[in-house]
Write a protein that binds this ligand. Structure first.
Ligand SMILES: [Zn+2]
Length: 717
């Protein structure tokens, strides 16, 4: 049966190639008058690289004439994120040497990326299109074929945020921008925002737009933007809060666009840049009925989790395409090794006798396309660890009598998650943005028919089809974590002890201590094996002995640095908060913090070693600091504290505002000023957040606060 399916699949591939070749030939004369289009996207980390891979696949599949257009991928951090996955898709990568003066200023990298791409594209391209990575293109991009007199294409903003209401006199922010760009307010024609239909002076969305490179708009953008960033007075007077800093780039671009005559701009229809994250806020008559009716959709967060499909429906044939794409097709990694990405990476290693599967995540089941890359049977499943995202398909393999091998701590890992299900599941649900993936944790110890069938304690060895496999127990992210070595392929499967981000030495959803030195042990074990290929549980594999050694060494040193700095600080008598603030990775060890953060790790290490008591006698007793909040509120007045919290939030002190709102809400849980201050503070933090887990918890708190406010206004009615 698999042979037939494989044959059919090959037939489709061949047929597809013939069809697309035919289309290209016939379309050629027609193409003569069409604009030459190129795209530019920016990829800062592994998460964005995977988002961009999905975007590029959607462009290749649905963009019509533009499907074969060049794609420039600008890489501000090529050392950590070299764009391997995207190069394999034919994208052209461009390293960006970020001007250090603008490092850390919101979207300075995006502005520089566009200017650089415009320079490169100028002679070769008629229309250069910027697309945010968290985007999908699902229909031909016909509106990008600009008419001869048109110089750019834009969508009005979705929400007004810092936009200048039409007819209002320019505030210092817009006055500064108009001055820097040479625009006058009377020339800034009105547009209407998608949400709330607000009339605003020319203000465009910068998630998707197009320019004629010869006009130099992107380079002018960089010049004006950077001038305003360096203008101390402008920054202090007009741009001191986060909202203005965050939207400065978009405002400057809008002013430059408005310098064109109105008819030189093609105003893109609402089927472009459709913001799925704002779907519920869009008035029903403007709201998209489904994805199929759109051309381009974007979001403020990843589309790869498919969660947005609960909000915006997707009909066939798009539905099947997306489902398949999100499930992940098998990708060749190295000789005889394939990867498929689902809830985690699953890997298939070919041997002379059959296949060995490493981890059984959602893309590694008996029916997956991964196991159909050849017609051989799966001889064994080896697990790097027992987290649900790596073992969901274990019961299916056991049902087929395939041996599944795990380290013996696996049983306790499953048991403790079951033991604490009532505590952990709601927190898992927040962190994973949906129902807990651990709800159906698979079997535990020996004899359990749903769980692994073979357990080992220190090492496990097997020879299958001429390949020698070894598993070494190391610990780390979980107590059962092992490093798996396929000697004859020089490949190390490191599980979740290596990410393209600092690891979660403590994770906010709650977990037993994860020992930093166990991660170090795992990374040293991997280094000792001198692998040619490093295959992580999540993200893109690393190929090449020197590169593998470099990245493993740097990752180990980063963890060791944070561990040692924490221990040193503890011995010097410093408290945990001080160390959380003080300890920062040196530049050469910055591995990114999109998953774990250094400050959480510091506290994880500190309390992992020392437990919860901080030496303050007040903390020996079961009454928390919040116990006296009602006292404070009685002394100072809830309105006064609430107003101060609002003021702090307005001045950008989100944490101060959050703490003060805690005080008021500890005494009066539905105090409106405090709730509003809290909401403003949470939203500020959310905008700044570059860490996926932090963002999820902030979203959760925002929802709670909004519903408290909603309940209150309902009561008032
Ligand atoms: Zn995992």
């Amino acid at each position: 049966m698999p042979a037939v399916k494989l044959l059919i699949k090959h037939l489709y591939v061949v047929l597809g190639a013939i069809l697309s070749a035919g289309t290209a030939t016939h379309a050629a004369p027609d193409q003569m008058n069409k604009a030459r289009i190129a795209f530019v996207v920016m990829v800062r980390n592994a998460m964005e690289e995977r988002d961009a891979a999905l975007l590029i696949d959607s462009l290749h599949t649905f963009a019509g004439d533009a499907a074969t257009s060049p794609i420039y991928v600008v890489l501000p951090d090529p050392l950590n994120t070299p764009g391997t996955l995207l190069k394999a898709k034919g994208a052209r990568t461009v390293d960006l040497d970020l001007d250090t003066r603008f490092r850390g200023y919101p979207f300075a990298d995006k502005v520089q990326a566009c200017a650089r791409a415009e320079e490169l594209a100028e002679k070769k391209t008629d229309v250069l299109v910027w697309i945010n990575t968290e985007s999908l293109v699902v229909a031909p991009l016909r509106e990008l074929d600009l008419a001869p007199g048109q110089a750019a294409a834009f969508r009005p903003v979705h929400i007004q945020n810092v936009g200048l209401s039409f007819g209002a006199a320019p505030d210092p922010f817009w006055a500064g921008i108009y001055k820097a760009t040479g625009l006058t307010v009377d020339r800034a024609f009105p547009i209407e925002s998608l949400v709330g239909s607000r009339k605003i002076h020319a203000y465009f969305n910068s998630g998707f737009f197009a320019v004629r490179p010869e006009r130099g708009i992107m380079r002018a953008w960089k010049e004006s933007f950077e001038k305003l960033v360096l203008d101390q007075e402008f920054q202090t007077v007009a741009c001191s809060d986060d909202a203005h800093k965050i939207f400065l780039h978009q405002a400057v671009l809008s002013a430059l666009a408005a310098r064109l005559r109105r008819e030189q701009i093609r105003m893109l229809p609402p089927s472009y840049s459709y913001p799925v994250n704002l779907h519920d806020k869009i008035s029903p008559d403007q709201r998209a009925r489904n994805l199929n009716g759109l051309v381009h959709m974007l979001s403020s967060e990843t589309l790869r989790d498919g969660l947005w499909m609960d909000t915006l429906s997707v009909e066939e044939p798009l539905r099947t395409w997306l489902r398949k794409r999100l499930q992940g097709e098998p990708l060749p990694v190295a000789r005889g090794i394939f990867r498929a990405e689902g809830s985690s990476n699953s890997y298939l290693v070919e041997t002379a006798d059959g296949n060995v599967l490493i981890d059984a995540g959602s893309a590694g089941g008996p029916e997956s396309s991964l196991v159909r890359v050849n017609t051989k049977p799966v001889m064994a499943v080896l697990l790097t660890h027992g987290h649900a995202d790596h073992v969901v398909e274990v019961p299916a393999w056991r049902a087929k009598d395939v041996p599944v091998v795990a380290q013996s701590e696996y049983a306790e890992l499953q048991d403790y998650q079951r033991r604490l299900a009532g505590f952990l599941n709601p927190r898992f649900a927040v962190q994973f943005g949906g129902p807990s993936p651990f709800r159906d944790a698979t079997g535990g110890g020996p004899g359990d028919k749903d769980g692994p069938s073979v357990f080992y304690s220190d090492t496990y060895t097997t020879d299958i089809g001429g390949i020698h496999f070894e598993a070494f127990h190391v610990g780390g992210e979980t107590p059962d974590q092992s490093v798996i070595w396929a000697r004859d392929r020089k490949a190390v499967f490191i599980g979740d002890n290596f990410y393209t981000s600092f690891p979660n030495l403590y994770t906010l959803r709650g977990t037993k201590p994860r020992w930093a030195l166990d991660y170090v042990k795992a990374l040293n074990k991997a280094l000792d094996l001198h692998p040619d290929v490093l295959l992580p549980g999540h993200g893109v594999p690393i190929v090449g002995a020197a590169e593998v050694a470099r990245q493993l060494t740097r990752y180990r040193d980063a963890i060791l640095y944070v561990h040692d700095a924490t221990v040193r600080g503890m011995n010097q008598g410093k408290d945990v908060w001080t160390l959380m603030r003080e300890i920062k990775l040196p530049a050469e060890l910055e591995v990114g913090e999109s998953f774990g953060t250094v400050s959480w790790a510091v506290r994880g290490i500190y309390e992992g070693y020392a437990g919860w008591f901080d030496g303050n006698a007040a903390n020996m007793y079961p009454q928390p600091a919040g116990l006296i909040y009602p006292e404070l509120v009685r002394l100072a007045g809830s309105d006064a504290i609430g107003r101060r919290a609002l003021e702090l939030a307005k001045n950008g002190d989100a944490l101060g505002a959050l703490r003060l709102s805690d005080v008021v809400l500890g005494a009066e849980p539905s105090h409106p000023i405090a709730l509003n201050a809290r909401l403003a503070a949470l939203k500020l933090l959310r905008k700044k957040s570059v860490n996926g887990i932090e963002a999820r918890w902030l979203d959760h708190s925002i929802r709670l606060t909004e519903s408290a406010l909603g309940a209150m206004s309902a009561q008032a009615k």
